[in-house]
Design a protein around this ligand. Sequence first.
Ligand SMILES: Cc1cc2nc3c(=O)[nH]c(=O)nc-3n(C[C@H](O)[C@H](O)[C@H](O)COP(=O)(O)OP(=O)(O)OC[C@H]3O[C@@H](n4cnc5c(N)ncnc54)[C@H](O)[C@@H]3O)c2cc1C
Length: 470
Amino acid sequence: MSAMEYAPASVMLDGAAVETLRAQLRGRLISPGEADYDSARRLYNAMIDKHPALIAQCVDAADVISAVNFAREQGLPVAIRGGGHNGPGLASVDDGLVIDLSAMHGVHVDPATKTVRVEGGCLWGDVDHATHAFGLAVPCGFVSSTGVGGLTLGGGIGYLTRRYGLTIDNLLAVDIVLADGRLVTASADENADLFWAVRGGGGNFGVVTSFLFQGHPVHTVYGGPMMWPMDQAAAVLKAWQEFILTAPDEINGWFGFVTVPPVAPFPNEYQLQEMCAVVWCYSGPLEKGAEALKPIREALKPAIDFVGPIPFPALQGMFDGLFPAGLQWYWRADFFERYDDETVALHVKYGSHLPTMLSTMHIYPINGAAGRVGEADTAFAFRDANFAQVIVGVDPDPANNDRMIEWSKDYWLALHPYSAGGGYVNMIMAEGEERVRASYGGNYARLAQVKARYDPTNFFHVNQNIAPAR
Ligand SMILES: Cc1cc2nc3c(=O)[nH]c(=O)nc-3n(C[C@H](O)[C@H](O)[C@H](O)COP(=O)(O)OP(=O)(O)OC[C@H]3O[C@@H](n4cnc5c(N)ncnc54)[C@H](O)[C@@H]3O)c2cc1C
């Protein structure tokens, strides 16, 4: 093939170098024009449409090393694709090379040490499947189709956060391919500065080919959604806040505004109604679950109460079907220490007018075990905030984008002045350098130093970018 045949309009590739890379890879190298180019470049968020020059579907660390070396030598921008869920589509890059890790989805559980080795392209469903057989779970998120790579490297907030900390608080080591093509291990004992930085600093430092996590004995939990009519929203939000700020670590539950899906088992009279909800996960002894949530049920009887014993992977996967790949997504996020009467009123105002059926607002508790980690102990800076808040406009139809983006921005602008500053990097769009700096707070300067040491040319810049310190 000639060089031209490989190239999208705005990039000219060296055909011989491309053929050498193709020969080096055990995985596939996909070029524009090939039959599955369009399916391989598609991202979870259909609002983002990028056309990479090449997609390297790596199957092992050797493939990743070849791909990194190729891109560096050819001067091509690189994007790293884990699960492809990132809001602003940072798993792809126009006219560059996508290092696609989705074929690297092996999980190995060591039941003796309860540690779990996870390849860099796994989804959380892969991990849940492998660990559940051993009665274990790795603290992850609230949806099982999300990638381990992006979620972990940005922090990782989920059902076990109050009990065992963020996902990064359960990370023991990573194997990572650096910009110069070397594979190194980062852990508390090896390359400790890099290990500090990858725990929150995203894909800025290299391609993680495998993660080593500490698992925990979690099998069947007491969980699921409770829902209340919107006229009770202020009371529920206040009661939930007071409860979750002092609850034992075993209790988790995120608050949200939702539209009740028009399907069984939701009662007919509530289908398509806006309601407020708390989705619970009590991971203590199962027989104590009902007792643990009694204060909430007594104070505010839910209209819908689907909370009961449920295998942890089933709770994790409960919303997967509602949010298939290919929807339009627009994200806005903040951290909060507390909600007072004024901010609760603002929430009710905007939360009562969800622009589409799937649009939503969630508040995730990040106190408990996650809040007891020091602000400078990992790159994730907002350890003193009690809540991570996210506003998302979601819909299948691009025709609704303007409406849902306007709602998300207005809602965010109304609440932001009361926030702790910064937002969870995994739940913001591409909002510029100032927003990234704010999101790393006091840790930004140290991150920039580590970046200068491991990636001085900012080779890995398709991410929530941390510029190398000069
Ligand atoms: C439906 C949905 C639910 C979500 N729920 C949660 C939740 O409960 N908790 C939570 O914390 N977050 C949640 N998120 C946000 C999520 O953490 C981010 O979207 C994250 O970027 C997804 O990771 P990914 O691997 O799928 O992303 P990708 O889009 O593949 O990658 C995002 C970025 O991460 C980096 N990256 C990914 N893999 C690697 C790797 N192996 N090595 C180096 N860098 C890598 C790259 O910089 C890349 O640009 C959710 C997102 C969605 C869409």
